[in-house]
Ligand binder design. Structure first.
Ligand SMILES: Nc1nc2c(ncn2[C@@H]2O[C@H](COP(=O)(O)OP(=O)(O)OP(=O)(O)O)[C@@H](O)[C@H]2O)c(=O)[nH]1
Ligand SMILES: [Mg+2]
Ligand SMILES: [Zn+2]
Length: 340
């Protein structure tokens, strides 16, 4: 496939204002391993390393290169190996707070058009968790689609109830339910996949991200999957690196490993978008600095919860996530994090 078909849109093309140096080419990062990356130009894939200069300029950050990036590189030995000289400016960055004592960010992927937030309808289903993943996507300015899996494992009645619950909780989000084993719902899911656009699968281990790709490819075991734990449906981390895969129709899909711990990103904007309907009421609270936790003070949000217009669970999650986001911000500020 051509570079354009591989996602190299005019947005990236526009960054190259003069002819490339002799021997240089444009390529996309399809996987990042320890110490090297895989690059592909739509035709051939080869391993590549970054120049010392590029690594130094990134000031030691591990995140200067991620799957989905577009780079300028120089090929060696008839295309067996390449050196990465620079990374093109990203259209979008999907990132999360990393696990550890200090607040910092890990890039999950770059240049994603639509992110599938994948969640199981079976054991392990947890709306709060789903909302956390969703806010990462919102905050990155990427369009989310919620992909609910394992619908085959529920009775018709339970399935209906669960889907209703998700739809009520996420009124403004596209939601599609599938079974990767029976293929039910796959046609609806495929409608989201546009050739040349880049997608990402995000969600806890074991929800069926890789199985979804296998199901799209029509090959049960093209990519490696593992059964989940019987008692709680938890996955055991079958995917261990992020990888960009070309689907049959030419859409580009990035599979990611389920995250071990989902940190609380600085997702103020993402939270506001996820809870758009709640935030819209804020202006009606009696006090401008209303914390929305005390119903004696004329809080419009609590009034709406009491009137049954907003579900209690959704309200509580909103308050919790707002509080966590404020803490993260504080911690960033203490570390002198800029632009936040
Ligand atoms: N019954 C049923 N099982 C599914 C479905 N989707 C996935 N599974 C099973 O769930 C288990 C985990 O699936 P994976 O595709 O490995 O999950 P994952 O999200 O990629 O997990 P990580 O790579 O660990 O993040 C496998 O045993 C799959 O066969 C589904 O729609 N229905
Ligand atoms: Mg996987
Ligand atoms: Zn209020």
């Amino acid at each position: 496939m051509t570079l354009e078909e591989f996602g190299f849109s005019s947005w990236f093309k526009g960054q190259i204002d003069q002819p490339l140096k002799e021997g240089w080419t444009v390529a996309r990062v399809t996987a990042v391993h320890k110490g090297w990356s895989d690059l592909c130009d739509g035709e051939t894939t080869r391993p590549a390393k970054s120049t010392g200069k590029l690594r130094r300029e990134a000031r030691g950050s591990n995140d200067y290169l991620t799957v989905g990036d577009w780079v300028l590189c120089k090929d060696f030995e008839a295309g067996d190996f390449a050196m990465i000289h620079s990374v093109l400016k990203r259209k979008t960055e999907l990132k999360r707070k990393t696990v550890g004592r200090e607040t910092s960010f890990q890039l999950i992927a770059a240049n994603i058009d639509t992110a599938f937030v994948v969640h199981t309808l079976d054991k392990g289903y947890n709306l709060r968790k789903l909302e956390r993943y969703l806010s990462i996507v919102h905050d990155s300015g990427i369009r989310p689609v919620v992909l609910l899996t394992k619908k085959d494992l529920l009775t018709r009645k339970d399935l209906k109830e669960r889907i209703n619950e998700v739809e009520e909780r996420l009124p403004n989000i596209d939601i599609v339910a599938v079974s990767n084993t029976t293929g039910s719902g796959m046609r609806a899911a495929k409608k989201y996949l546009v050739p040349g656009d880049t997608y990402c699968l995000l969600g806890p281990s074991g929800v069926g991200k890789t199985s979804f790709i296998n199901s799209l490819l029509g090959k049960e075991d093209e990519y490696f999957t593992l059964p989940v734990r019987e008692k709680d449906g938890k996955g055991i981390h079958s995917t261990t690196w992020r990888e960009l895969i070309v689907l049959n129709n030419g859409a580009l899909m990035i599979d990611t490993p389920g995250m071990r711990e989902l940190g609380h990103l600085d997702t103020a904007a993402g939270i506001d978008e996820t809870f758009e309907d709640i935030v819209a009421l804020e202006g009606n609270c009696k006090f401008r600095d209303c914390a929305h936790v005390n119903n004696t003070k004329g809080c419009a949000i609590i009034a709406a919860v009491e009137a049954g217009e907003i579900s209690k669970g959704r309200y509580e999650n909103f308050i919790r996530m707002r509080a966590e986001s404020a803490t993260t911000k504080q911690s960033l500020r203490e570390q002198g994090w800029k632009n936040k």
